[in-house]
Write a protein that binds this ligand. Structure first.
Ligand code: SF4
Ligand code: SF4
Ligand code: SF4
Length: 305
């Protein structure tokens, strides 16, 4: 048995609780998946967002989520911070949220929309030992709440801190997150509700590969308007949602220390030398997530030096 088969075998054997292991999961474990070639994506031009929160309202309506504590036209939410002064995050009742950033030297504040980035090689998927997650050929990362056991491993594994839980259900908490409007729109070729609702045309829906070309054309067409980087083109193996900004991404809360490797690539060598032990899986992903981030941070620092 070669090393690759051993890795696949470790996952398949160790994760025997999952009746139907997904092909993409095995490929991701072998580091060979790389995403679906014709998958769809969204390009977000952060320079255009005015923080109107129309996208938040559209998402809640489309996904049948409850009314938020404060109405969508209450902009005092931009002053809210979670414990530790961190900006707002998505919750079980809000699959997308917009935050405001005051950036030195920028005339106006910058608004940034958050939701699942729908990674090409999702750490949530590869970390889930009951195979609750699926990466669809259309590009969405969806999940089956009936299978989810509420272990929260995906929450730890996700490099963007996206999955949240239905904590209101004490007995059976399940994962909750943006599904790229898969059931109601994406699988029929329609753009997500938040994209369609945006009055500023902040988001462009299309084939991921076409959006990458478009993003680079936009950068080249107006030198100095955008930072010369398409966030999500390469981070953690690439994501379906990608971003253009006029200020450095690290100044608006993006993790710029994520390398181009999917999180699974930091784990697979380790999996090749030890048997899979399900009880250490969450700790394993936490460790490798930190390792991946730190390794890239060190690389960035030495490149600067
Ligand atoms: S952003 Fe997080 S939750 Fe979304 S697909 Fe990537 S790893 Fe999964
Ligand atoms: S893609 Fe759909 S589920 Fe995701 S944030 Fe937009 S409206 Fe909500
Ligand atoms: S609807 Fe568009 S402009 Fe308004 S907050 Fe959302 S992304 Fe920004």
């Amino acid at each position: 048995m070669n090393r690759r088969n051993f890795i696949k075998g470790s996952l398949a054997g160790g994760l025997a609780v999952a009746a139907t292991a997904k092909t993409e999961k095995a490929d991701a474990a072998a580091g060979t998946f790389g995403g679906y070639a014709d998958s769809m994506g969204v390009l977000v031009d952060l320079t255009k967002c005015v923080g109107c929160r129309t996208c938040e309202a559209a998402c809640n309506k489309e996904q049948g989520l409850p009314e938020p504590d404060k109405p969508f036209d209450d902009y005092s939410v931009f002053d809210e911070h979670r414990h530790g002064g961190l900006p707002r995050r998505t919750t079980e009742k809000e699959y997308t949220i917009v935050n405001r950033y005051e950036v030195e030297g920028r005339e106006k504040p910058l608004y940034r929309k958050f939701q699942c980035n729908h990674c090409n090689e999702p750490a949530c998927l590869t970390s889930c030992f009951v195979n609750a997650y699926t990466k669809t050929p259309e590009g969405a990362v969806i999940y089956n709440p009936k299978v989810c056991v509420g272990c929260r491993t995906c929450m730890i594994a996700c490099p963007f801190y996206v999955p949240t839980y239905s904590y209101s259900s004490a007995i059976n908490p399940v994962v909750k997150k943006c599904i790229m409007c898969y059931d109601t729109r994406l699988k029929f070729g329609r753009p997500p509700a938040c994209v369609e609702a945006c009055p500023q045309g902040v988001m462009t829906f299309g084939k991921r590969k076409d959006l990458i070309s478009l993003a680079h054309k936009m950068i080249d067409a107006k030198p100095g308007k955008y930072v010369n980087h398409v966030y999500g083109e390469t981070e953690v193996g690439g994501t379906s949602w990608m971003y253009l900004s006029d200020v450095p991404f690290e100044e608006i809360g993006f993790n710029t220390h994520l390398g181009p490797q999917p999180i699974i690539n930091y784990v697979k060598d380790f999996l090749a030398i030890v048997p899979m032990v399900l009880t250490i899986w969450p700790a394993l992903f936490t460790g490798f997530h930190l390792l991946a981030t730190r390794k890239q941070a060190n690389k960035d620092e030495s490149n600067k030096a």
